[in-house]
Design a protein around this ligand. Structure first.
Ligand SMILES: N[C@@H](CCC[C@H](N)C(=O)O)C(=O)O
Length: 369
């Protein structure tokens, strides 16, 4: 394991409650969640929640962790047999992912059914999706694949690709400014880690042709659906459909609300009705948007295959495109999401969208499949 190999110093964990000292081997960074009590698991998880860097194991040595009741000569932390998945959990503005080192194979190490279990927030690790770092395709450095928390496979994930870039840098022990070419279901994506640790991503060009989004809504502007009427359970919404490789339906208003107040919406009730609407043959992600100014938007999202999440990178990009098409915003905007802001630019010169935002490690772990 590249990550385990990167951390070679033995580590002493002081148990204040029992006045014990336990020395762990270099593989301590692979926490075996199934073998930890809830309390231990939480305290270990919290160790790594910090700056977006690999957990600080020197800091850990000053922390108090409960010792297991029985001591054993072979620690679960040292298990390497097959059936154990080593992972790192990351988040981008609270949109969280289980990252899997799949660089030795084009076959995902986790099935869609296993992904559903791993993503479960009560019975699993808890995440919005599982992301695989795979060998490059067609000359790219890497390939990224992702399973949503319902086991479906989307073409792309904006917050996920920022996490992916940070994960690759961690795996490969790279520091400072780095950029990678990543093959995805949405084509070539280029994330660049900046000096400040944020990741700027060239997300490519938006797809506006209605049949390619895909939506069955009748095109009303060139070949696109812009401010088109969508009947959802008897209420007419004005929607614009944009694909960032994955489908998005963006709405700023409805028959009953000229300007949406997004905090007032019951996403759990209306989100699924958009997601499974017959006008969206591949289902859809839906963004509900409020305009503060031409450069400042607020958005809540109901994601295809994941439900209400704290952020959606492709959704923020699609939102700015829709806002420009509807004449509501400029090409450079800050989009506020429940988990924090993203900076989005739809550049006129190359028609590409650039997204800038954070990605942070949450914890390292291992889990039986
Ligand atoms: N949260 C992601 C999008 C993940 C995929 C989406 N649920 C879909 O099915 O298209 C993002 O940050 O873009």
């Amino acid at each position: 394991m590249a990550i385990a190999a990167a951390i070679t110093q033995p580590l002493t964990v002081v148990n204040r409650r029992r006045s014990l000292s336990t020395t762990y081997s270099s593989s301590l960074n692979l926490f075996h969640l199934s073998s930890l009590s809830d309390k231990q698991s939480i305290s270990r998880k919290s160790i790594a929640i910090s700056s977006g860097r690999r957990p600080n194991f020197r800091a850990l040595s000053a922390m108090s962790i409960e010792a297991p009741d029985k001591s054993s000569s072979t620690s679960f932390l040292d298990r390497t047999e097959s059936g154990i998945l080593h992972f790192v959990k990351y988040h981008g503005l609270g949109n969280d992912f289980i990252l899997v080192d799949n660089r030795d194979s084009m076959e995902p190490k986790v099935t869609p059914e296993q992904a559903v279990k791993l993503c479960d927030r009560n019975f699993g690790i808890g995440a919005d999706g599982v992301i695989f770092a795979m060998p490059g395709t067609n000359g790219t450095d890497y390939t990224m694949r992702i399973f949503n928390s319902d086991g479906s496979e989307p073409e792309m994930c904006g917050n996920g690709v920022r996490c992916f870039a940070r994960y690759i840098a961690d795996l490969e022990n790279l520091n400072g400014k780095q950029s990678f070419t990543v093959h995805t279901g949405a084509g070539l994506i280029v994330p660049e880690i900046q000096e400040d640790g944020k990741v700027r991503v060239d997300m490519g060009e938006p797809i506006l042709k209605a049949s390619d989004v895909p939506t069955l809504l009748v095109p009303n502007k060139d070949q696109s659906a812009v401010k088109a009427k969508l009947d959802v359970d008897g209420l007419i919404w004005n929607v614009t459909c944009v694909s960032m490789g994955n489908p998005h339906c963006i709405t700023f208003s409805s028959e009953s609300s000229k300007d949406l107040q997004v905090d007032e919406l019951n996403l759990a009730e209306i989100g699924p009705k958009f997601e499974h609407h017959p006008m969206f043959p591949a289902r859809t992600n839906t963004e509900f948007v409020q305009v503060f100014s031409p450069t400042h938007l607020k958005m809540r999202v109901w994601e295809r295959g994941a439900g209400a999440t704290l952020a959606c990178g492709t959704g923020a990009c699609a939102t700015v495109v829709a806002a420009v098409l509807e004449g509501r915003a400029d090409r450079s905007c800050t989009v506020d999401l429940p988990g924090g802001p993203l900076d989005i630019e739809w550049r006129e010169e190359d028609n590409h969208i650039y997204m800038t935002g954070p990605a942070q490690v949450v914890f390292y772990g291992s889990v039986p499949l």
